[in-house]
Design a binder for this molecule. Structure first.
Ligand code: FRU
Length: 500
């Protein structure tokens, strides 16, 4: 079959003859186990990177990588969602189809920006030729309210510049103070070094490469995916996914990290990112987090990530779906590091508030929190203590199942262990993740959905996110004083179901 026919065939399968079968499957999946109740998830198939996160005509627009035909890796489309409040999302369905010769093997990640009366999208068209060689094209598509996306027939960036391989993808645009447009894009040199390139355009139509942005003077992995560049307190923040990053430069356990560095100043003429060799931090220290996208709008900067990672199979795949997005997080800069807070709008999800508090001095003392066993909740607890304390979430004591958070008040170490949290998966990358707090006292702000947790430590100085798939009667929340003493107090809320 020729490439064109192959594409047409896939397109037909999705939209034409099988549409009734497909709709029935979607209805079934809506009742599958572990469906989330307030996170963005796919109606069917696989959800990947957030794309095109933007604010246009007074609405938030969020797209994501979507393989509607397969819950594991498959042909990538873009699905489109819109929202007034970052919580209630309206599903606008498929937005970009891989249906032209420049994106025949996937409409890969990209970004969106309001330009005039349009939302201008730029994404990577992934193509494999008959010898399976990779080709990358950057394609523009314009969206006007209520109309189908208007894809340009020719790429606006035709392949990578000389000296770089076809691992050239994920353009992220912004508008500069002088009115011109810029983008940063993930790249790989012919020597297999990861890096990023900057392009400039007067009108987001014709783009010219103006340099290489590399805040380091050493090799940082073999390919950088999904770069973002934005400013907080006038300081440049470069956020990227360096595949193959040396663990001695930044410790991580996931297959690929999602990291950031903060500079003092970025000169886009010389591409000097001061300081050179800034410290590399993980964006999220949890299990399932990758390819985040950041939008700066008026006075806020908001991040959404994919609560998933490549090369891990998720237990929902056998039910026809996988992947979800993180909650939106507002970003601030403090002491040269990112602070990430769940956006304020999430308070609208709150149902009944239950204050919780207690004090334990006996080693081994157990306190079961007087909260309902519903699977979607928010818990905001401050704990002060000595020795060790464990917080168990979604616990079934009989079966010893729980998502376990252990606090060491002596050295300020938090350990999140999902080994016994339900169906085991992804364990080859370890079942524990760690973060730090200043010893003695810690605030744990936790969002639990049917199959995910997001833990914001100390006002978002660290965040740990992950999926977990309870398979027992896991309805309790408990605090165990393992040694020393602990005093805890805070609030618990049930959260509304806002899934479609
Ligand atoms: C990151 C990524 C991107 C690419 C997309 C394809 O997860 O590999 O680099 O554009 O996913 O789905």
């Amino acid at each position: 079959m020729s490439r064109k026919n192959e594409v047409e065939e896939r397109y037909r399968k999705l939209e034409d003859a099988d549409i009734e079968v497909w709709k029935t499957k979607i209805r079934t999946i809506a009742h599958a186990p572990w469906r989330q109740t307030y996170h963005i998830q796919p109606p069917i198939g696989r959800l990947g990177d957030p794309n095109g996160f933007s604010f246009f005509h007074n609405q938030w627009h969020l797209f994501h990588q979507w393989s509607p035909l397969s819950p594991t890796i498959g042909l990538a489309y873009w699905r489109h969602l819109v929202s007034q409040d970052l919580i209630n999302w309206k599903d606008m369905g498929i937005s970009i189809r891989p249906d032209c010769p420049y994106d025949s093997h996937g409409a890969y990640s990209g970004s969106a920006l309001t330009i005039g009366d349009k939302l201008t999208i730029l994404y990577t068209g992934n193509v494999r030729d008959n010898e399976n060689n990779r080709h990358a094209y950057q394609i523009r598509a314009d969206y006007r309210d209520g109309e189908p996306v208007d894809k340009f027939s020719k790429p606006v960036i035709f392949r990578q510049p000389r000296g770089y391989t076809a691992h050239f993808r994920d353009p992220k645009m912004w508008k500069a103070a002088d009115g011109s447009y810029y983008l940063v894009i993930g790249a790989q040199t012919n020597d297999e070094e990861g890096t990023s390139l900057i392009y400039r355009s007067p009108d987001a139509g014709e783009w010219h490469c103006v340099g290489r942005l590399n805040p380091f003077d050493k090799k940082i992995g073999y390919m950088w995916e999904c770069p973002n560049l934005f400013w907080l307190n006038e300081k440049p923040v470069f956020l990227f996914c360096p595949q193959g990053l040396d663990k001695s430069l930044c410790h991580y356990q996931n297959v690929y990290p999602s990291a950031y560095v903060v500079g003092q100043h970025l000169d886009l003429k010389t591409m000097r990112f001061n300081p050179v060799n800034p410290e590399i931090h993980l964006v999220d220290k949890g299990f399932d987090f990758y390819a985040p996208q950041v939008v700066s709008n008026a006075d806020r900067t908001v991040l959404v990530g994919w609560m998933g990672v490549p090369e891990v199979n998720y237990p929902t795949e056998k039910y026809g779906w996988s992947g979800c997005l993180t909650l939106p997080r507002e970003l601030k800069l403090s002491g040269g590091k990112l602070l990430q807070q769940p956006v304020d709008e999430l308070k609208d999800l709150r149902g009944f508030r239950r204050p919780v508090s207690g004090q334990m001095e006996e080693p081994g003392a157990l306190s079961i929190l007087p909260v309902p066993g519903e699977p979607a909740f928010e818990l905001d607890l401050t704990l002060t203590g000595t020795g060790m304390t464990t917080l168990n979430l979604r616990e079934d004591r009989k079966q010893n199942k729980k998502l376990r958070i252990r606090l060491n008040f002596e050295n300020g170490l938090i350990e999140v262990d999902r080994r016994n949290s339900g169906v085991l998966f992804g364990e080859k990358f370890g079942t524990k993740r760690y973060a730090h707090f200043s010893s003695g006292k810690v605030r744990l702000h936790i969002f639990i959905d049917q199959s995910s947790f997001e833990l914001f430590v100390d006002d978002g100085s660290s965040v740990l996110s992950g999926r977990f798939f309870p398979d027992g009667e896991q309805v309790e929340t408990s605090v165990v004083n393992e040694s020393g003493t602990v005093i805890y107090s805070g609030n618990h809320w049930n959260l509304k179901n806002v899934s479609e």
